[in-house]
Design a protein around this ligand. Structure first.
Ligand code: AMP
Length: 327
């Protein structure tokens, strides 16, 4: 189970950190992937763009290869039990631990005018999303590690107080290590809303992709063969490994090791291969976005699957909590 907030255009961080794993998991597991529209209200209270953004996240996920026939692809707000479970979990979450959450502190710093209770209890809502399907594996990027640790704490408290209902959820990545895709300028990470010229979006036009890659931070290259790669160079190699042929990556690795690397050539190659990677996704997402009827069907089908699973879990939850007074 995993989710993406509809707060803007999807980018390579979302792809590397999350979607790439969704695509493999859909072959191996029973999966629930949602558009986290309720979460977006904690930071984006203006809902005028919400519908367009929800449609975009759905379309871009499908364009990347997610199959709504194989997984439950749904909107968070279409599953009302989420709110009920969130309420129960709020009684098991403590103010002190919520205030210490890194993402909460970051968001308070970014927007001190809107420190609402939803923002504080964000990890509680996220736990509700996950355990509503009694999910074990949560494919997410590295930024979500702490939230998953909190989810395990809430689950353990619930199970301890009311009986074993939920498995412990864990952050999941086929390649073991959770991923963080840094921004092209070497500061921070790729993001939907910040640092837009240093983030590659799945909707970027070809020329813009080339331009962003050419502007990526490099230096004059190593002079000593033993020099480890700085983060921003390792990041460029990381991006190459995703989209370039193996022998191409090898050639630049060898050039680096021999101190003969030309970053201009490397970025040109990366730019072209990135265009090859992103442009079919962009085109496909455009076609899907034009087909509102199809998107509606996807949402309905996803909601039906998610609601069925949520209803089954909530029967267990109410029973375990002693909220069942008829028998
Ligand atoms: P968000 O865009 O914050 O709603 O996150 C959706 C998913 O993408 C989550 O699993 C995040 O961990 C992941 N994600 C977002 N940005 C990055 C990034 N720069 N690197 C790796 N994963 C990311």
């Amino acid at each position: 189970m995993s989710g993406i907030r509809p707060t803007g255009f999807l980018h390579l961080g979302n792809y590397f950190g999350a979607i790439r794993n969704y695509l493999r998991m859909q072959e191996d597991f029973d999966c629930f992937f949602m558009v986290a529209d309720l979460h977006s209200l904690t930071t984006h209270p203006d809902t005028r763009e919400l519908k367009a953004n929800v449609h975009r996240v759905l379309a871009e996920n499908i364009a990347c290869g997610l199959d709504p026939g194989k997984v439950a692809l749904y909107c968070q707000s279409h599953v009302h039990e989420t709110a009920e479970l969130y309420l129960y979990l709020n009684m098991l979450a403590y103010k002190g631990e919520l205030e210490k959450t890194t993402t909460f502190k970051d968001k308070v710093r970014l927007n001190p005018e809107n420190v609402n209770a939803g923002l504080l209890t964000y990890p509680v809502l996220q736990t509700a999303d996950i355990i509503l399907h009694r999910a074990k594996y949560v494919p997410v990027g590295k930024d979500q590690e702490q939230h998953l640790e909190m989810a395990r704490n809430f689950v353990n408290r619930f199970n301890h107080r009311y009986g074993e209902v939920f498995p412990e959820p864990q952050a999941f990545n086929y390649n073991q290590e959770l991923v963080k895709v840094p921004s092209l300028d070497g500061t921070g990470k790729m993001s939907k809303s910040e640092n837009q010229m240093a983030t590659l979006y799945l909707a970027d036009e070809d020329e813009l992709i080339r331009k962003k890659v050419m502007k990526a931070k490099t230096d004059s290259g190593p002079v000593d063969p033993e020099t480890p790669k700085p983060d921003y160079i390792e990041n460029l190699f990381g991006l190459m490994r995703l989209v370039c042929a193996e022998d191409v990556v090898k050639k630049f690795e060898t050039d680096y090791a021999q101190c003969s690397i030309r970053y201009g050539d490397m970025k040109k190659q990366l730019g072209e291969d990135m265009v090859q990677f992103i442009s079919p996704i962009r085109q496909k997402a455009k076609d899907i976005l034009d087909n509102e009827e199809y998107l509606k069907q996807v949402m309905e089908q996803g909601a039906e699957k998610a609601n069925r699973s949520a209803a089954a879990t909530m029967l267990l939850v109410r029973e375990a909590m002693g909220l069942n007074y008829y028998h």
